[in-house]
Design a protein around this ligand. Structure first.
Ligand code: G4P
Length: 528
């Protein structure tokens, strides 16, 4: 096997997703702990925004700015190179999570056994389904009185539109939680609440012998036998191919905070999760094993130190070998760029690298060249796809409060929207009115704060009567121009100059769709 092929086969690049509070941060940390990447719990900073307050967000961002290592965590485990991509849990930053999901090859979804499937879970799974991303489900907090595990599985199937297949099974729950039975290995992992140490208490047990009763008590033993019979009767044997094609999600049960059920998850994950996958571009599908380097930027992280306005672009390598100090083509800007200090992210630090392989995420210092979705290649003109802007849900007009600082404001809002904090729409016909669209109110506070602290510009946001923005196209350019002319105030342009129709209400949007069949209305910017 060539070096490139061996490196590709070794990598597992994935994201952990959950509704806030289900245990994503805890699980991430425990995976690092079990993987030997950290020695003590408490090393992974939560990126949770507890009260939804800006100060909270800024504090978190500051910490992350100092230690951006938390955005990607890499460690080696049993010969496998694991890259975990962090995703924000807060719904106002959902777009950031969606974009991160374009850079992973698989996903672990964390569910709280008490709360079951929650709103964010459904939305995140929708993105995974769209992309056919393989998903493993970890049902967490089994040390609490949760829902019946069969009911949970039914709920997962119904609400997430995916078939599930349990690979471990819980024995009781809450204060009577005894542990999990591994349905494939036929072993028993006995539970003991322990937040700090890793305890291994795995025994091979034939559940049809009295040994099981001795281990977990007669009642729970009888229940487990009944449950296992039912599972084996109802569910097909686990088929990896179905998991890889995104049709079936294997399910594990455990308690992350108690270090329990993690070993089974990690061991199975390293065995079944897909290595680096091929990816689609606007021209063709690129295989990771192709010799020439290609990659795309899926996240840009601002450096919150106002003295250094440089940013860090997160690039996912898709094919070939990325080399330090080598010129690559920045496709959108049609220019050659090279990087003196690209780095990768170990569990708690970052280090400059000489080369990177497909599946890796590397950090590139950026002085304003990058926008989310940008592609780098060795010269071939292609663009990675699937990093759309979604139609925002809230729209506000940006008002400059200090005319002396117009330039700073322009630059600031331009850069912040490049980072994907929000989307900017312009109305040149209306005195270059600037409309900022987001998926959550919190972003306006973040933008205001950052414009002031990083760019020295003061602004205010005024509410607008807009409920939806759709990108519009038409096969007939004349019809499009005519529509644009007629709709005047309702027309804006995105940063790439594409026309966008701003509708005051869903009803108005529908009416315009019906009355203008020659115009196509798109809900994401990716419609080419
Ligand atoms: P998130 O990143 O998905 O938002 O969740 P996070 O890991 O921060 O976990 C949310 C809360 O759930 C935390 O408690 C955490 O300790 C708790 N938790 C995680 N795993 C388990 C588990 O297996 N069992 C139980 N009972 N709780 C669990 P918190 O009170 O919000 O924070 P903390 O002060 O304990 O850190």
């Amino acid at each position: 096997m060539s070096k490139l092929a061996a490196e590709i086969a070794k990598r597992r690049t994935f994201g952990i997703i959950s509704h806030p509070d289900a245990g994503k941060t805890t699980l991430t940390e425990k995976l690092l702990l079990f993987g030997g990447a950290i020695q003590t719990a408490g090393a992974v900073k939560s990126n949770k925004i507890k009260k939804g307050a800006t100060s909270d967000f800024m504090e978190i961002e500051r910490q992350r700015g100092i230690s951006v290592a938390t955005s990607v965590m890499t460690f080696d485990y049993q010969g496998v190179k694991i890259n975990i991509l962090d995703t924000p849990g807060h719904k106002d930053f959902a777009e950031d999570t969606y974009r991160t999901l374009t850079a992973v090859d698989s996903v672990i979804l964390v569910i709280d056994c008490v709360k079951g499937v929650e709103e964010q879970t459904e939305r995140l799974m929708e993105v995974c389904r769209m992309r056919k991303t393989p998903v493993i489900i970890f049902i967490n907090k089994m040390d609490r009185e949760g829902q019946n595990p069969f009911d949970l599985l039914d709920e997962l199937e119904q609400k997430l539109s995916i078939s599930v297949r349990p690979l471990t099974w819980p024995i009781n729950m809450g204060s009577n939680f005894k542990g999990v039975y591994h349905l494939l290995d036929r072993s028993l992992n006995l539970f003991s609440a322990n937040k700090t140490r890793i305890e291994k208490n795995v025994v091979s047990v034939d559940i049809h012998t009295p040994e099981l009763d001795a281990r977990v008590g007669e009642k729970d033993a009888a229940q487990l036998r009944e449950d296992v019979d039912l599972i084996e009767g109802v569910y097909e044997p686990f088929d990896r191919a179905q998991y890889l094609s995104g049709e079936i999600a294997p399910v594990f049960f455990g308690s992350a905070v108690n270090n329990f059920g993690i070993q089974e998850l990690l061991d199975t994950f390293t065995k079944i999760a897909p290595p680096t996958q091929a990816r689609g571009t606007d021209v063709r599908v690129v295989e990771p094993s192709e010799k020439k380097f290609t990659g795309f930027v899926f996240k840009i992280h601002a450096n919150l130190d106002p003295k250094h306005r440089d940013r860090i672009a997160f690039l996912r390598i898709c094919s070939g070998v990325f080399q330090r100090n080598t010129f690559y083509q920045h496709i959108r800007l049609k220019k050659n760029v090279r990087f003196a200090n690209p780095y990768n992210f170990m569990a708690q630090e970052k280090e400059v690298i000489e080369e990177g392989f497909p599946g890796d995420v590397i950090g590139l210092y950026d002085t304003g060249n990058f926008k989310i979705g940008d592609t780098l290649t060795e010269g071939e003109v292609l663009n990675y796809q699937g990093i759309p802007n979604f139609s925002p849900e809230i729209f506000k007009e940006l008002i400059n409060l200090d005319p002396m600082k117009s330039k700073q404001l322009e630059k600031g809002i331009d850069q912040l929207t490049d980072e994907g904090v929000a989307q900017l729409f312009l109305q040149p016909q209306l005195g270059n009115r600037k409309i900022v669209g987001t998926v959550g109110d919190l972003q306006y506070e973040v933008i205001q704060y950052r414009l002031e602290h990083e760019y020295g510009a003061k602004c205010r946001f005024d509410g607008m009567q807009v409920s939806k923005a759709c990108w519009i196209t038409s096969e007939d350019p004349k019809k499009l121009q005519e529509f644009v002319r007629l709709k005047g105030q309702n027309i804006a342009q995105d940063k790439d100059g594409n026309y966008v129709f701003l509708a005051e209400s869903d009803w108005i949007l529908r009416m315009n769709q019906t009355n203008n069949p020659e115009i196509e209305f798109h809900f994401t910017s990716e419609f080419k």
